[in-house]
Design a protein around this ligand. Sequence first.
Ligand code: PMP
Ligand code: GLN
Length: 384
Amino acid sequence: MQKEKLLPSKLPYVGTTIFTVMSGLATREGAHNLSQGFPSFDCSPRLSELVSHYVKNGYNQYAPMSGVPAFRESLAEKTSRVYGVDYDPETEVTITSGATEAIFCAVTAVVYPGDEVIVLEPAYDSYVPAIDLNGGVAVYVTLDSPEFKIDWQRVKERISPKTKAIMVNTPHNPVGTVFSKEDLNALADLVRDTDIYIISDEVYEHIVFDGAVHHSMMTHPVLQERTFVCGSLGKTYHTTGWKIGYCLAPKALSKEFRRIHQYITFSTVTPMQYALADFLKLPEHYEQLGAFYQRKRDRFNEALKASRFRFTPSKGSFFQIVSYRAITDEYDYDLAIRLTKEIKVASVPVSVFYADKKDDKLLRFCFAKDDEILDKAGEILSKL
Ligand code: PMP
Ligand code: GLN
């Protein structure tokens, strides 16, 4: 009998991502799916009409490698309007297949074998595989629950001559914290007069609550000159399935970024780029997005008030983390699976966002869901 030939893995420590696992389980179990981060509601009809228009009118061939010019221009104008920072659409704005691709290309652009990259954890799950696939070494700084504040002194202590980049994420997935102006200043003080790059994941830029402001890395000159700002239109327009993201970075950084992007996907889906170029000119949607999600956060949290879960309201993103210490001491992964099967509410265990699977007894719920789902899930969870 022929022996099966095994292919050694470059990522031996990963299985299938938690989002795929939990959404699959939720579907099989007929559970309310508050696990994977995607809206249960549709995008604006106007946006769908624009896509139909471009599909029907022949905008169906390859887009230029760096993105449809009208879309890059529209994105640069919007960035200038919102943050007061100018990126040249010709040389400094690149459209990617989701923020995931943007993050991967940015990491690939800067990380050489043996380079160290500082990762603040809990961390979104695509960062470390991207570093590893490039031969880099992730150097972790763990943020302490329940506040998950960044201790910049600790970050400083982890910087070495091998540090090539620092990855940051604001608003934060999974814990829902946001950078303050002081965080930006502290980070700038660490990297000033160094060659350290910043890879900034800002996919939830428009989803901040309680009057907070999103402080993009681009708004600090010391950071702007060395940062790849990675964004996603999926979160802003309820279109996660379109996988349209982008990278904003100074010319020299974007040049290297594009060298890589052109051989990873070359370009991304064409008619959606034309549609988004038009839709970005209407600020109403992204301007009211924070208020829209704040109502959902409050509705879900209100329903949870009667429960034994403990939490601090999320400050940004569409996630709420909750502590279940008062209910059980089960491992969070086991609990998330059990709750999906037994009470039909799916969540994500926060331990998956740590390299050592640290279990702080926290679950992450996505509140980008219809009100009826939030109400029902809240009611069921309150009985635990
Ligand atoms: N970063 C964070 C923090 C995310 O939550 C996500 C996904 N939702 C991404 C990146 C990936 O974005 P995209 O779907 O545009 O690839
Ligand atoms: N970012 C989404 C989340 O955190 C999921 C994206 C994905 O499934 N890869 O749930």
